[in-house]
Write a protein that binds this ligand. Structure first.
Ligand code: NDP
Ligand code: DXP
Ligand code: MN
Length: 360
């Protein structure tokens, strides 16, 4: 029986994790649940799963991790506020099933240095796919990682067309039903940029050997190319319960957690290059990833502020990336300590908010 703490249990990842556990009560026991502010939903989940320990907010999530023994902590919090809970989960010795990509991106080596080998299991669908595909060769035999991107709701749009898109349109993701921030990030392709940095930290592959291809069907979740020219791809219908289940009990598979592909119907899987002119986010992310230090934290924090402003109708869609770029370009890197990262984030949020105000 694996004892599981779920951080962000009231969100998209958290609710799907509870779905997986509800169907496999002989295998998983929920021992802790946390949310941001939604106390009613949290109390309902605690009653349904017989959980005594719950917490609201990141600080109390850390206290819960420190006081409740668990085999695995699933971090399904949204945003870089998940950094301290990620570090607390690693300190606790539990496996960290990581959906909260932001904590790895902003924390960088603070997170990877705190992790024992194999302690972080990726839940993000692309990184779960890569982890599965990597089993086909040795680390030295890996040539390239290829992350798939759906392209989001605005795939094929020109910059002129993107200028007028609305928050409501940005939330209409073609293949995944997710929280507001990651869905908006999929529309700008910032999500794919964050995922390139995430892949670099998780798998130790340099940025010249991490590529992105647009695959609108979201069936091939990512690929690993090996030195002999062989490419291993992981494919399944888009359903986060599969990577979540692997995160909860890696490397073991949970029977029946996802439905398989249906080969009795016509399949049309397509792949196309990313239009970096309309969607410069991946190039910018690679730039900040290469710069390292506090640049990724600044990229992410400025984006979080700009996404919030976009949904408050304070800025236009294209302003999101313009603001993030402006803030990154002005950044003077700070020391890579927790305090340095938090200070860089504070600075980036102030700068981004000022850039929003300047556009009002
Ligand atoms: N959804 C998906 O399919 C995927 C998500 N991810 C990643 O997983 C993470 C979660 O995404 P998703 O589930 O979509 O997001 P949601 O917005 O649906 O859920 C976020 C969760 O985090 C909680 N939360 C928000 N703020 C805080 C805070 N300050 N302290 C503690 N908890 C907080 C929320 O609580 P409350 O309800 O109280 O606000 C909620 O439980 C993100 O990093 C995302 O990029 C990655 C791949 C796929
Ligand atoms: C399900 C998942 O992992 C999301 O992060 C997904 O990647 C979003 O899709 P795109 O960013 O490819 O549109
Ligand atoms: Mn993803």
């Amino acid at each position: 029986m694996r004892r599981v703490i779920i951080l962000g249990s009231t969100g998209s990842i958290g609710v799907q994790a509870l779905d997986v556990i509800a169907a496999n009560r002989d295998r998983f026991e929920v021992v802790g649940l946390t949310a941001g502010t939604n106390a009613d939903a949290l109390a309902g989940q605690a009653a349904a799963f017989g959980v005594a320990d719950t917490a609201l907010g990141a600080e109390d999530s850390v206290a819960l991790i420190e006081s409740v023994a668990a085999d695995v902590v699933l971090n399904g919090i949204t945003g870089s506020v998940g950094l301290r809970p990620t570090l607390a989960a690693l300190r606790s010795g539990a496996t960290l099933a990581l959906a909260n990509k932001e904590s790895l991106i902003v924390g960088g080596e603070l997170v990877t240095d705190a992790a024992a080998p194999g302690q972080i299991v990726p839940v993000d669908s692309e990184h779960s796919a890569i982890a599965q595909a990597l089993a086909s060769g040795t680390a030295a035999e890996v040539q390239r990682l290829v992350l798939t991107a759906s392209g989001g709701p605005f795939r094929g749009f020109t910059r002129e067309q993107l200028a007028a898109v609305t928050p409501q349109q940005a939330l209409a993701h073609p293949t995944w039903d997710m929280g507001l921030v990651v869905t908006t990030n999929s529309a700008t392709l910032v999500n794919k940029g964050l995922e390139v940095i995430e892949a670099h930290h998780l798998f130790g592959v340099d940025y010249d050997h991490i590529d992105v291809t647009v695959h609108p069907q979201s069936i091939v979740h990512s690929m690993v190319e090996f030195v002999d020219g062989s490419t291993m791809a992981q494919a399944s219908p888009p359903d986060m319960r599969l990577p979540i289940s692997l995160g909860l009990d890696w490397p073991h598979r949970v029977a029946g957690v996802g439905r398989p592909l249906d080969w009795t119907t016509v399949q049309n899987w397509t792949f196309e290059p990313l239009d970096s002119e309309a969607f410069p986010a991946v190039e910018l992310a690679k730039r900040v990833g290469r710069l390292g230090a506090t640049f990724p934290a600044v990229f992410n924090a400025a984006n979080e502020q700009a996404v919030e402003a976009f949904h408050a109708n304070a800025i236009a869609f294209l302003d999101i990336l313009d603001i993030v770029t402006e803030v990154v370009d002005r950044h003077e890197p700070l020391e890579m300590t927790l305090e340095g990262v938090l200070e860089a984030e504070r600075w980036a949020r102030v700068q981004a908010d000022a850039a929003v105000t300047a556009r009002a």
